[in-house]
Design a protein around this ligand. Sequence first.
Ligand SMILES: Nc1nc2c(ncn2[C@@H]2O[C@H](COP(=O)(O)OP(=O)(O)OP(=O)(O)O)[C@@H](O)[C@H]2O)c(=O)[nH]1
Ligand SMILES: [Mg+2]
Length: 329
Amino acid sequence: MTSYKNDGDCVPVQSMPNGVFIPSNGQMNGHFIYAGDQICIREMPQQWRPTKWSREHLDCMKDDLIRFTPKEDPSVTRTRILMIGLVGAGKSSFYNTIDSVFRNRITQRATCGSAEESLTKNYNTYAIKDQSGTDMNFCLCDTRGMEELNGLHHDDCKYLLDGHIKDHYEFSTEHSVSWWYYNGTPSANDRVHCIAFVIDATSVDVLSEMDLNKIRTFQKLAKERGILQTVVLTKIDNLCKDVKKDISLACSSTNVEEAVQKIADLLGLPRNNVFPVKNYENETELDDKISILALAALKQMLFFTEDALQKKKEEAEHEIWLKQPCNIL
Ligand SMILES: Nc1nc2c(ncn2[C@@H]2O[C@H](COP(=O)(O)OP(=O)(O)OP(=O)(O)O)[C@@H](O)[C@H]2O)c(=O)[nH]1
Ligand SMILES: [Mg+2]
């Protein structure tokens, strides 16, 4: 057992994965900080969203996702998550981040980068494979970013949610989907079950009314269809210097907490539908903390989608019950 100097006191340290220590009295969690050439220990602030940062927790989430099967609606065998957001928000990078975690290396299947216009032009459905090469029971759908003046065509928004748009369709701001890419008989699996609004955390304070209205158009359509709405709040590393250095501080950073609260208020969603993440973008090696935030977001989205499907089923059953002649007064 080692001990380190903590404001004059010697704190016995039990374990130190990635600079995090658990003192033997178990009463305090902390981080090493470097003051000049001295190592000190700073107490870890209270987390506003309690999160575990261990490798065991990461492996556990991976297993949960590999085993995940939608159960609430028997006709749905693969949960479809649609990523919607402004240009450069990090939609394609979020898919790459999830794919990287399961492939055990940094991957770049979806093209990402910075440009004035959206780099992603097509509708791309990405299945994610487990380590045996089998597709898991969820998919992430990437879309063209909504530009300042041009959004997705209004009809395409509805068609997307209802599963009418075939994979690889190239979005146009001028016209809606052509018959070639139109699926006239979508299955339950083709329909969208969860929307992830992908939003750059540093843009939350400066989102224009025009941008918000584009998001709200989708929200209205999602609400009419009982589709779950969530937010993936990206680039939290650019929100706070401490978080950039150590992603595990995301859940104790007041900057991140405020951004989560703000976007939840703007979109009228519960705070726990907002998931702060940092995508893999500069890294060449996996980092457990980045992976933990991404998988926590995905896992919660899938579980909440199950709840939304259950609610929809109950509402449909109630509708049928109401229509029975003996129940009409
Ligand atoms: N620092 C940081 N950069 C990020 C993060 N996520 C994405 N980026 C960078 O942001 C830029 C845009 O990311 P993309 O994933 O291409 O964004 P997009 O939403 O798919 O953009 P379009 O397809 O053009 O609409 C890229 O340069 C990414 O490397 C993040 O969490 N942190
Ligand atoms: Mg993209």
